[in-house]
Design a protein around this ligand. Structure first.
Ligand code: ZN
Length: 340
């Protein structure tokens, strides 16, 4: 690899593309967000051109030449294969019919005229969180859970993100957990969009708050002020702020989420014996007191650990907005180093 060689990270979301560049000293050359409209609704032809145009603008912003970019890393929301073929069944982020079964990685490679690697957005976030803690160390293992509309994340084993045979590796949200052991939620019925009852996402996601946990607690406390809001999704938007301010019922909502995550992390500790557990997403982009309390509730939700594992660190994922593009650039750098 030439000493000036760089990789690009391209995070294609539903509405925006986010870019970064990574050099061989593991420095990111764009400090904050560099965004360009995604135009994914217009279909692949327009969207891929838009990605390429935005990459030129990002290079100008970073003060680099695209000739120095030897590999571009792309991440998108799923479902897609491990190699970057979007699902033929469609996706909420890629609604234009031409996206069905589209090989976005191979087509972007042709468009950019350089190798392109692919990773899904949850796995990209996990790789970024792992990198922040461990850099390029090759002997570290982490499990990341990112709490958003759903529950995403990934598993990084000895610096390699687990994609799996079909690209579904790290779909942590649909792992079943023994939620009945969480105190104070007797009779709750958490159904996930995937059809399972009692998987991690059914209790630990923004969707879970409005669909299951908030209605459960409000029905038991008819005097609570959130009962006055008829649209449960509107009520759910107030839960985090009220929880931070100390409202007991709203804290209970997050206690259930944290303890559900604790049950899941216990499974991961026994499966991977990781160096660290990482939590990310908007749910924990809060004040320090609330965040510390949330992490303490994750630990409270875990069954007792054997002495050697009891002190496993639980870290907060930094800088959520840039996680996708940075993770994609790291994946591209791994590829460039392996190909050298
Ligand atoms: Zn599920």
């Amino acid at each position: 690899m030439h000493p000036n060689s760089l990789t690009a990270g391209i995070d294609l979301g539903g509405t925006a593309i986010n870019y970064t560049f990574l050099d061989q000293e593991s420095r990111f050359l764009i400090e904050e967000l560099f965004e360009h409209p995604a135009l994914s609704r217009e279909g692949p032809d327009i969207c891929l051109q838009q990605i390429a145009d935005g990459l030129e603008l990002a290079a100008a912003k970073a003060g680099i030449s695209l000739d120095d970019v030897i590999v571009a890393g792309l991440d998108t929301p799923g479902p897609a294969s491990a190699g970057g073929v979007l699902s033929a069944k469609g996706s909420t982020n890629f609604v234009h019919p031409d996206w069905a079964g589209f090989d976005i990685r191979a087509n972007l490679e042709i468009k950019l005229g350089k190798p392109v690697t692919y990773i899904n957005d949850g796995n990209a976030g996990a790789l970024w969180g792992h990198f922040v803690l461990f850099g390029n160390a090759t002997d570290k293992t982490s499990v990341s859970a990112i709490i958003g509309t759903g529950l995403g994340g990934g598993v990084v084993v000895e610096n390699v993100v687990v994609k799996g045979r079909l690209g579904f590796g790290g779909e942590l949200g649909h792992v079943l957990i023994p939620y009945q052991s969480i105190p104070g939620i007797e009779g709750i019925h958490p159904v996930c969009n995937c059809g399972r009852t009692g998987d991690l996402e059914s209790l630990c996601s923004l969707t879970a708050i409005s669909k299951t946990i908030l209605p459960y607690f409000l029905s038991k406390h008819p005097e609570h002020e959130l009962n006055a809001i008829s649209d449960i999704r509107q009520a759910a938007k107030k839960v985090r702020g009220m929880a931070e301010a100390g409202d007991h019922l709203c804290r209970e909502v997050f206690r259930v989420q944290a303890q559900a995550l604790g049950l899941f992390f216990d499974q991961m500790i026994n499966t991977f014996d990781p160096d660290v557990l990482i939590v990310g997403g908007g749910a924990i982009e809060t004040g320090q007191e609330f965040r510390d309390w949330f992490v303490s509730q994750i630990r409270a939700g875990m069954p007792g650990q054997r002495a050697e594992q009891a002190g496993i660190p639980i870290a907060i994922m930094p800088n959520g907005d840039t996680a996708g593009s940075r993770g994609a650039a790291i994946q591209a750098m791994h590829y460039a180093r392996a190909a050298r």
